[in-house]
Design a protein around this ligand. Structure first.
Ligand SMILES: [Zn+2]
Ligand SMILES: [Zn+2]
Length: 335
């Protein structure tokens, strides 16, 4: 049995106290229908930070985080036929579903009653290798480097679903609250589709990246956008921005909350925030169809992640920098 390096969430706690622990684990062995991925890089998602800090309760002790995994198949389990050894694949947040619950049967597998999430229920990509059920792995478009492909796998896919949920009509006005890894990819899709995009965020690196991408306006998180919004997406995990964003909507507009976790939402004044058929919706995981559609669209539209590389040995530092908003775009760990 060979060994590999892997990070685990030991005791969840403030990221500045380094709650991730690096240890040696047995190389994972693929079971039926699974493949093993020899990891080249893994994107850093805010969800990893929520897990490390204990905002999201651990599903099991000492899980390896990471669900934006790019690598090559280096072992296949029994009955796994979709990939050959050497194929490049991506591993994302939705690791498996039961396929049989009432939501899966309706094609809403993002709401599955018995889901398995990569880097929460099962070990993820902050390691030298991981396992994935072959039917939940993605083929990655050619012409995308591993590092730029990694953030597409969660930040990109979830942002794409959030954009659908915000239901902005053709040529309409989109507000983006918070501008990190997911938002900077979503903005590129929205601009390519001809929407007017207004970014409302704190953090100089984030504001600078938004300007670079050519959005229509950039302001602070509490600033009113220059025009009423048909739809908005809240990427920041900040419940206090919900009433701010709802007030920025035009009549009939929709605010989609993209995060897996949010701080509490303050009391909402009905007349100022919801009346006139404004809507508040959440975004929960994604279907494989969302993933395939987004990856094809990203390749066609030339969506490019702005990335900040870190060695895998610096996983804690990458999460600390994410927490404190020290970079624009998405951090990617390299094995
Ligand atoms: Zn299900
Ligand atoms: Zn994620």
């Amino acid at each position: 049995m060979a060994f590999m390096d892997a990070w685990v969430v030991d005791q969840p706690g403030p990221i500045d106290n380094h709650p991730l622990l690096r240890l040696q684990r047995d190389d994972p062995v693929p079971g039926p229908g699974q493949v093993r991925v020899k990891i080249s890089c893994c994107g850093v998602c805010r969800t990893d930070l929520h897990l490390a800090e204990g905002d999201l309760p651990p599903k099991r002790p000492r899980v390896t985080p990471g669900h934006e995994v790019v690598g090559v198949v280096d072992a296949v389990g029994a009955d796994a036929r979709r990939f050959m050894i050497g194929d490049r694949v991506g591993v994302a947040w939705l690791g498996k579903t039961d396929g049989s619950c009432r939501f899966c049967r309706q094609g809403r597998e993002n709401l599955c009653l018995h889901p398995t999430f990569t880097g929460w229920d099962v070990d993820g990509g902050y390691a030298a290798a991981c396992l994935v059920d072959e039917s939940f792995a993605y083929r990655l478009p050619d012409g995308l480097a591993d590092e730029t492909a990694a953030p597409l796998l969660c930040a990109g896919i979830i942002g794409y679903r959030a954009l659908q949920r915000a239901a902005v009509p053709d040529g309409g006005r989109l507000g983006i609250y918070g501008f990190g890894g997911s938002a900077h990819l979503t903005a590129q899709i929205a601009l390519a589709q001809g929407l007017r995009v207004h970014v409302l965020t704190r953090g100089e690196p984030n504001q600078a990246l938004a300007r670079e991408l050519g959005v229509d306006s950039v302001g602070g998180p509490s600033d009113p956008p220059p025009e009423p919004l048909d739809g908005a997406i809240l990427f920041a995990p900040a419940g206090e921005l919900v009433p701010v964003a709802l007030r920025a909507l035009d009549r009939g507009g929709t605010l989609a909350m993209a995060g897996i976790w949010s701080s509490d939402i303050p009391t909402l004044n009905y007349d100022e925030t919801l009346f006139q058929e404004r809507q508040l919706v959440s975004v929960t995981a994604n279907t494989r169809d969302d993933g395939e559609t987004f990856l094809a669209l990203a390749a066609r539209l030339g969506v490019r992640a702005t990335t900040v590389p870190y060695p895998m040995a610096d996983a804690n530092r990458a999460l600390i920098d994410l927490k404190h908003g020290r970079f624009g775009g998405a951090a990617v760990l390299h094995v």
